[in-house]
Design a protein around this ligand. Structure first.
Ligand code: NAP
Ligand code: ZN
Ligand code: ZN
Length: 349
């Protein structure tokens, strides 16, 4: 057993507080990771607050994890003690269904085992995430992390990065495509970086006028203030792809109007309330809505390698663990530039 310090939500209403628990000794196929940085995803907030249904409390959120391997099990072949490693949104899956066999474990027929708010497969032991000092994970669900990049900026790639990389790759986005990114937060800023890196013309669609200069620094070619009717009208029927990252309830229709013929809106943001989609918003120009959930282990590794080769990281504000409740409040007000990342040293000292 390893005693682990953490921060947890004890219920849906009260602030996160310190929590201690034990992690099991490394199994034959597992590695133990000393967590260095842990990103703060809006899904952590949704889950802690019970937005998507009751959570398993005490809940230790965090699924953007980077750290160093401190122990390896006897049968581990892919990792060595001392290496850097990453863990994203899931730590296990059935390994037998078609999606698992195809390396898209996030779509596992039995449901992936999430890094937090799940139970370890076949047990009633809750999984605890990255707002903690160490984590133990099967080597097949662990990522290699390059030492070329700044680790603080790598942590958010494990969720915000792969969640935007995957649908852009799936849709073959590249030169000649026009991409709109809706919402400039953690996911949004990575979508801008990837779409621009793949050669697309990128437009930031934001409700925050103050974010225009930053959007352009991140690689957006254009900026549309979504509350400005004239700007929205001027962008009608323009985009091949819109990546919708908005976390709060909103109607899809005004943004579907911005898609060109055959255009696709990719829903990655997960608001609590559903949107009504008028049939006319889709049929008039053969438009599509699709969803996308993070990415499989193989594609996450591909994304991390791509980032190492192309010097892509997340823009981060590093915080101590004790600042987490303020960080949540600020994210709910869209006040984040553009990912909070917890320095786990703050929990160890
Ligand atoms: P975030 O950093 O808080 O960013 C969300 C952005 O949405 C805000 O910065 C804001 O951008 C925009 N927004 C917020 N409230 C809005 C409102 N009322 N009206 C219009 N725009 C609003 O959140 P995130 O971590 O990027 O996560 C975004 C969403 O994706 C969350 O729902 C999260 O659960 C979900 N998610 C999904 C997956 C997946 O696999 N599909 C993975 C990770 C996260 P502007 O200021 O630019 O408008
Ligand atoms: Zn996430
Ligand atoms: Zn499966």
């Amino acid at each position: 057993m390893t005693q682990v310090k953490a921060f947890a939500a004890y219920d849906a209403e009260t602030p996160l507080k310190p929590f201690e628990f034990d992690r099991k000794e490394v199994g034959a196929n597992q590695v133990q990771i000393d967590i260095l940085f842990s990103g703060v995803c809006h899904s952590d907030i949704h889950t802690a607050k019970g937005d998507w249904g009751p959570a398993i409390y005490p809940l230790v959120p965090g699924h953007e994890i980077v750290g160093r391997i401190t122990k390896v099990g006897s049968d581990v072949t892919k990792f060595k003690e001392g290496e850097l490693a990453g863990v994203g949104c899931f730590v296990d899956s059935c390994r037998k269904c078609q999606s698992c066999r195809e390396g898209e474990e996030q779509y596992c027929d039995e449901g992936m085992t999430a890094t937090y708010n799940s139970y370890e497969r076949g047990t009633n032991i809750p999984t605890y995430g990255g707002y903690s000092t160490t984590i133990t994970v099967d080597e097949n669900y662990v990522l290699h992390v390059s030492d070329k990049l700044d680790l603080k900026g790598v942590a958010p790639l494990l969720c915000a990065g792969i969640t935007t990389y995957s649908p852009l790759r799936y849709l073959g986005v590249g030169k000649g495509h026009k991409v709109g990114v809706l919402g400039l937060g953690g996911l949004g800023h990575m979508a801008v970086k990837f779409a621009a890196a793949f050669g697309a013309e990128v437009t930031m669609l934001s409700s925050s006028p103050s974010k225009e200069a930053d959007a352009k620094k991140l690689g957006a070619h254009n900026f549309v203030l979504t509350s400005d009717k004239a700007q929205m009208k001027a962008s009608a029927n323009t985009f091949d792809v819109i990546i919708n990252t908005v976390s709060a309830p909103h109607e899809y229709a005004p943004y579907l109007d911005l898609l060109a013929k055959n255009g696709t809106m990719v829903v990655v943001g997960i608001p609590t309330d559903p949107s009504k989609v008028p049939a006319f918003s889709l049929i008039m120009k053969r438009k599509k809505i699709m969803g996308s959930l993070i990415g499989g282990i193989a594609e996450t590794q591909e994304m991390l390698d791509y980032c190492a080769e192309n010097n892509i990281t997340s823009e981060v504000e590093v915080i101590d663990m004790q600042y987490i409740n303020e960080a949540y409040d600020r994210m709910e007000k869209s006040d984040v530039k553009y990912r909070f990342v917890i320095d786990m040293e703050s929990l160890k000292s």
